[in-house]
Design a protein around this ligand. Structure first.
Ligand SMILES: Nc1nc2c(ncn2[C@@H]2O[C@H](COP(=O)(O)OP(=O)(O)OP(=O)(O)O)[C@@H](O)[C@H]2O)c(=O)[nH]1
Ligand SMILES: [Mg+2]
Length: 288
């Protein structure tokens, strides 16, 4: 994808890595947040190097938008790779309580050692890292909700770092680590664009919607047929776009289809889950 227009300059990347590494020293556990519909495309390949041995939980966010069965397969996939993993919905607040429990489980040995030294602190500090738009802020805000309080600056901690308290002894660093996505191949780039992880500037929205329609129709013809009340059998993608245009009244003066409007509708409805719960990646595609 040589024509991709993404602003991740080497200097920016280095600064990001340095910032995350500095924050890492302040936390016990890292919450790696990915999009449940594209858990591989929405990871950052450098994270393993950055994190070293730091305990990590993979949070499969936006579970409400992913296929139910595929969601579960992803949990098994990450567990088989040695990571704790949970499905969450940061908007509805589903499974968020489990984050602390799983983090604690990962830190069992640490707590045991502390106890042997008669140190009774049970505090767990965590930070969230993830690519743009995966839901970092939504999760932090949700956890920070009504019952919790900002802990504020603590001695020995850099001034800018704000801690969000959740429950009694669970604290979250409220500056999330923002990583860039990887663009290993065209499929990954498109999946990121379909889900809105990278904004529409990577290609014009009509081309993007064209490619999404193609993909959805390859997956399951019912998706578009049911939503837009159209027939797709034996039709070219452009014809399908024209049919959607007719059904939705997306017509220009003179009667031509308003492809831009169709594109906006399809992308928007896909991203909101109106087209159904659709996973774009499945563990079977990654037999590594
Ligand atoms: N359906 C659904 N939408 C979610 C969920 N979590 C976040 N979102 C939506 O995803 C979009 C991005 O969420 P943010 O919390 O701003 O993502 P972010 O990772 O902080 O993004 P940046 O600050 O740009 O890096 C928003 O429209 C959220 O409402 C979820 O679990 N389900
Ligand atoms: Mg944010």
């Amino acid at each position: 994808m040589s024509n991709l227009n993404i602003n991740w300059y080497p200097g920016h990347m280095k600064k990001t890595i340095d910032t995350i590494k500095a924050s890492l020293k302040l936390v016990d556990v890292v919450l790696e947040i990915v999009d449940a519909r594209i858990p591989i495309a929405s990871r950052n390949p450098l994270l393993d190097d950055i994190l070293g041995n730091k305990p990590r939980v993979v949070l499969l966010n936006k579970m409400d938008l992913g296929n139910v069965e595929t969601n579960e397969k992803w949990v098994s996939y990450f567990r088989s790779k040695g990571y704790e993993s949970i499905l969450i919905d940061s908007v509805q607040g589903i499974n968020l309580k489990k984050i602390e429990a799983i983090s604690r489980k990962l830190l069992q040995d640490k707590f045991k050692k502390l106890e042997e030294k008669n140190l009774t602190s049970k505090r767990v500090r965590a930070m969230i890292v993830g690519i743009p738009n995966v839901g970092k802020s939504t999760l932090i805000n949700r956890i920070a909700g009504r019952k919790s309080a900002k802990v504020g600056n603590k001695p020995g901690v850099t001034k800018q770092n704000q801690w969000i308290k959740s429950g009694k002894d669970f604290e979250l660093l409220d500056t999330p680590g923002v990583l860039w996505p990887k663009f290993e191949n065209e499929k990954i780039g498109l999946d990121l664009a379909f889900t809105g992880a990278i904004k529409d500037e990577i290609m014009d929205s009509e081309t993007l919607a064209f490619k999404l329609i193609e993909r959805l129709n390859d997956m399951d013809k019912k998706i578009l047929e049911v939503r837009y009340q159209i027939e797709t059998e034996g039709k070219e993608t452009l014809e399908i776009m024209e049919d959607i245009a007719k059904k939705r009244g997306c017509l220009l003066k003179g009667g031509n289809s308003d492809y831009e409007k169709v594109a906006k509708i399809v992308l928007d409805e896909f991203r909101k889950g109106v087209l159904g719960r659709i996973s774009l990646e499945s563990p079977e595609d990654f037999n590594d």
